[in-house]
Design a binder for this molecule. Structure first.
Ligand code: CP
Length: 294
């Protein structure tokens, strides 16, 4: 049985197949390949996009979805996470999708259940379906051609970002050059990648910018003067972008005028909503793979 706890759980060949299937699902009518399948979602952390995207993906393929309302579950009565998982597993779902504030929870849970576990984001560790939808959006933008040699700047709170972690692993595997751009307090210690604190020094050479949200909920103390100062140096504004032909991505939620300004969010180079749309097809493809090949 296969789980998806991080992008390394998938071989490059498997990822090619997931991307190809998502492309097919996006362009053609699809059958109810997951009819009679049951998927449970448990989100211990808030989500707008990932939870609804997985649920829409499952329903589009004909699966039934049960979403555990964590605030009303017996977790609030002291039931452990592992007992919660074991009890849900006893209902014989075909997959469990989990988000948790602590890194490593989906991986540990995968040892306690008899169905695939899909990580919908764990702490600052990994967000594999987000990275796969980002890769798909980049691949689609470049007309499904090779991405070898394309340059992407990942900008923002990289140190606390599970999206950055998963994208760094995946995008470098597909031949992209990743440049990390952030103030010193948001820069990871080691990565082996090119790093700069100066966004304007690399903007002329990149094909893609992935802006990230400042993960204030993961900061134990505020290590920067203000978000306004941060925005001055790192906000993707129309002035900063000029007329450059750069694909602009953001996993959401966007802090308007801190991560990306209002004008750039309206600009056709900004594909934030395209990412959301593609996320459904990628998650349909992931669900088919993990459930039908379990
Ligand atoms: N990109 C993402 O994980 O968004 P949500 O937190 O809304 O799921």
């Amino acid at each position: 049985m296969k789980h998806l706890t991080n992008t390394r759980d998938l071989s490059t060949e498997e990822i090619h197949a997931i991307l190809a299937r998502a492309r097919e699902l996006k362009s053609t009518h699809h059958d109810n390949t997951l009819s009679n399948k049951l998927i449970i979602t448990i989100f211990f952390e808030n989500s707008t996009r990932t939870r609804s995207s997985f649920e829409v993906a499952a329903k589009r393929l004909g699966a039934s979805v049960v979403s555990l309302d964590v605030s009303k579950s017996s977790t609030s009565k002291g039931e452990t996470l592992f007992d919660t998982a074991a009890n849900l597993d006893a209902m014989e779902p075909d997959a469990i999708i989990v988000r948790h504030k602590d890194s490593g929870v989906p991986k540990i849970l995968s040892n306690y259940v008899n169905c695939p576990i899909l990580n919908a984001g764990d702490g600052a560790h990994a967000h594999p379906s987000q990275a796969l939808l980002d890769l798909f959006t980049i691949w689609e933008h470049f007309q499904f051609d090779s991405l070898h040699g394309k340059k992407i700047a990942i900008v923002g709170d990289i140190k606390n970002s599970r999206v950055a972690n998963s994208n760094i692993e995946l995008l470098t595997r597909f031949g992209l050059e990743v440049i990390l751009v952030s103030p010193p307090h948001f820069m990871p210690q080691s990565s082996g990648l090119r790093k700069t604190h100066d966004l304007d020094s690399v903007i002329n050479e990149v094909d893609i910018i992935m802006s990230l949200r400042t993960q204030t909920e993961r900061h134990t103390n505020q290590s920067y003067a203000s978000l306004k100062d941060y925005a001055h140096d790192y906000c993707i504004t129309d002035k900063r972008m000029g007329d450059r032909d750069i694909l602009l991505l953001h996993p959401g939620p966007v802090n308007r005028n801190i991560d990306i300004d209002d004008a750039m969010l309206e600009d056709p180079r900004c594909k934030v909503l395209k990412q959301v749309k593609n996320g459904v097809y990628i998650r349909m493809s992931i669900l088919e793979k993990l459930i039908l090949q379990a």
